[in-house]
Ligand binder design. Structure first.
Ligand code: FEO
Length: 171
């Protein structure tokens, strides 16, 4: 049986993952409005990835005999000054998520919950990737925003497709 403190912390993380999905969905809407359809599509794939992260926590809590309790999701920002600002925000947000995952690992260790410590390693690894992806793209967008190359980057980013099985294989 999983400790109630761990369940509560994971429930808060489910909310944080859903909020992440909401932010990226809002970013997709802003990008779409700017005519950057490829980048919007990239953000929609990111949204799906966050829903997948939430669902993975959901399933884990149930598997350990805990109770998933959902709470209100805060409204996301809706305006950004530029596409560069959007992706820099995404990178900052991923750094914040990483700090939250690290806090969860700290709690699991404190509670001597080895199963959860091990389960969380998937997220630890995932966050390395999430930070790397968003920081690389933020740099690329910053380099080309305002030039003709922006359209090429937009087209290239539009090729991203979210595949849950591929994410699972990275375990
Ligand atoms: Fe769920 Fe982008 O971290």
């Amino acid at each position: 049986m999983i400790d109630e403190r761990m369940v509560e912390a994971i429930n808060e993380q489910i909310n944080a993952e859903l909020y992440s999905a909401y932010i990226y969905y809002s970013m997709a809407a802003w990008l779409e409005d700017q005519g950057l359809d490829g980048m919007a599509r990239w953000m929609k794939a990111q949204t799906q990835e966050e829903l997948f992260h939430a669902d993975k926590f959901f399933n884990y809590v149930c598997e350990r005999g805990g109770r998933v309790e959902l709470t209100a999701i805060e409204g996301p920002p809706t305006e950004w000054d530029s596409a560069t600002a959007v992706f820099e925000h995404a990178y900052e947000h991923e750094q914040y998520v990483t700090s939250r995952i690290n806090d969860l690992v700290d709690l699991a260790i404190e509670l001597k919950d080895h199963a959860t410590t091990q389960f969380l390693q998937w997220y630890v690894k995932e966050q390395v990737e999430e930070e790397d992806n968003t920081s690389t793209i933020a740099e690329q967008v910053k380099m080309v925003e305002g030039t003709g190359q922006m359209l090429m980057l937009d087209r290239e980013m539009g090729a991203r497709v979210f595949t849950p099985s591929a994410t699972e294989e990275e375990e």
